[in-house]
Design a protein around this ligand. Structure first.
Ligand code: SD4
Length: 323
């Protein structure tokens, strides 16, 4: 056997790591394992930032983003702004396995999921409705509009285009936004290597709280949220996706490993590239080489935990890297 099988994922989502590991032992299938790990977080609402009932958008709706990237075939399946379907990672696997497309979005992704046999149901819960109500009572802070001024007749959006003072609004809102998103994220990003040396990487998230409806972050974008190549390794990311997706950090980390860097050095390059333009950016990248070395880098928080399991360990271990 290849014998470097492992599961690694962002944050202390150890239940997801265990669920994935149990699937890996049974199936030796990197894709099915990744699906199982991310699905665990979707059904257990990990930190309320994965799956239903979290991160309501401006209209109160929860939508889901997920990606599965297959490093064996360099094929990927993803869904973005998936509505009313709880199983985002599984739908992403169906996009991977049953279509020639990479990414389906919104209501049409829902229609695809229904055609594939998934159940349509609300993603709102009492808890997510309460988060949304509190946000509205709190003057809709934070919001993600810039270059517009509030419509005085609307309690929370829509907003009207600014005719003046747009520079003030841009600067003010951008710095506020970066402050506000600091603790507003926790996507699961996962990497799996099976005993045949096949590598899969993926993500699942409900995105950003109070986002403008239709907003999609880095998580379902190949190369941004996750990337894998059997010949090299894989990476996945978590954090402020609006910023991160401008830099394809997962792709960059894999390419740096291809050039010979260690996983932690490669992850550091990917994070550093973002910091050069956005010093206050908050996020992290986890990277794994095909030989089973791993590392992570982060910014904008004190430290970043990630969960790990391989054959050498009796149980899942949470490592932390200082940012
Ligand atoms: C997003 N990257 O939608 C996701 C959120 C996240 O850690 O990662 N949080 O921007």
């Amino acid at each position: 056997c290849y014998c470097n099988q492992l599961v690694i994922n962002t944050w202390g989502f150890t239940g997801a790591t265990e669920a994935a590991w149990n699937t890996l032992i049974k199936t030796n299938d990197a894709i099915d394992t990744l699906e199982a790990g991310c699905s665990y977080c979707e059904s257990h609402q990990c930190d309320f930032t994965v799956g239903y009932g979290g991160s309501p958008d401006e209209s109160g709706e929860t939508t889901l983003d997920a990606l599965i990237f297959d490093g064996r075939t360099m094929n990927a399946g993803a869904v973005a702004a998936l509505r009313r379907i709880k199983n985002a990672a599984s739908v992403a696997k169906h996009v991977l396995r049953h279509t020639k497309h990479t990414l389906l979005a919104g209501d049409q992704a829902t229609a695809f999921a229904i055609a594939m046999g998934f159940t349509e149901e609300t993603l709102s819960t009492n808890a997510s409705t309460e988060v949304w109500e509190t946000w509205k009572q709190n003057n809709c802070q934070p919001n993600y509009w810039i270059n517009v001024e509030p419509d005085p007749t609307a309690s929370c959006g829509p907003y009207t285009p600014l005719t003046q003072n747009s520079i003030y609004y841009t600067e003010h809102h951008e710095s506020e936004r970066i402050k506000n998103v600091e603790f507003n994220h926790d996507t699961i990003g996962m990497i799996v290597i099976d005993n045949d040396g096949n590598i899969a990487a993926g993500t699942s998230t409900n995105g950003l709280k109070h986002k403008i409806p239709g907003r999609v972050g880095d998580s379902p974008a190949p190369g941004a949220g996750a990337y894998a190549d059997n010949a090299v390794g894989a990476a996945c990311a978590t954090g402020d996706g609006d910023v991160m997706m401008r830099f394809l950090p997962s792709f960059l980390a894999v390419e740096k490993m291809r050039d010979g860097l260690s996983p932690s050095a490669a992850a550091t390059v990917a994070i550093t590239r973002i910091i050069e333009s956005y010093p206050q950016f908050s996020g992290a990248v986890v990277a794994v080489s095909a030989s089973g070395e791993f590392g992570a880098a982060c910014n904008g928080m004190e430290e970043f935990p990630y969960s790990f399991k391989n054959d050498d360990l009796d149980e899942v271990i949470v490592f932390t890297v200082k940012c």
